[in-house]
Design a protein around this ligand. Sequence first.
Ligand code: SF4
Length: 245
Amino acid sequence: MGAEKLKEIYENLRSGYGDIGQWPADTVYEIMVGAILTQNTAWTNVEKAICNFAGDLTPQRIQTLPQEELEALIKPAGFFRQKAIYLKNLTGWYASYHFDPEAVQKEPIDKLREELLDLKGIGPETADAILLYAFEFPTFVVDAYTKRLFSRYPLEAGKTYKEIKAYVEQRLPRDVKVYNRLHALIVHHAKAHCKKKPVCEGCPLRASCATGIDPFYSEENRADLARRIADAKLGRNMHEHELES
Ligand code: SF4
């Protein structure tokens, strides 16, 4: 159930925005670093931090760089003390594969996912982003934008990371390109239209999205309307009170 709806989302996003899906990085290791640095910050801040490495962003360098120097380099990405530790941990993990992407790719995905999740600072979203974008394993990355879109559309995909990931993976082919593209399209879509306050006008999913067809389908829009009515009533009561006094 839901496979048709999910494919409809995928195809309509593709026709609306084209085939996007490349992680903006030059090397496998840069993708890994970007996946850590992008936690709780905008991509523009990650770019500033990566720029500070002046083209010399290698696991060997991060491994030997003193903690304080690493912190200073990644400062623009925020939470730099924790992120420096996470980067050191991730680099230590990569060292156990001799910094060789092919050695990582030979391992079973479930084993690698477990190893990454055991590292401090790496949750399911970061682990899957590393496995999908850096090492090209077919694993779908769920983020807040995915949850938002699926609840507005809606897709009965569940609420937890695990449920939503399984929902997508059971309905779309286990294909790196498809997962890569769908995640990138959802991120792009969340910035272009399905924002915190949705801009449904011109959205490529509007004709089939329940919230696009009826704005009050969405619980958040109903709550927003209720708030505005309450504010208007409050304003009117205050106004009447002023007239009476
Ligand atoms: S129609 Fe509106 S709510 Fe639905 S996906 Fe588009 S922007 Fe989001």
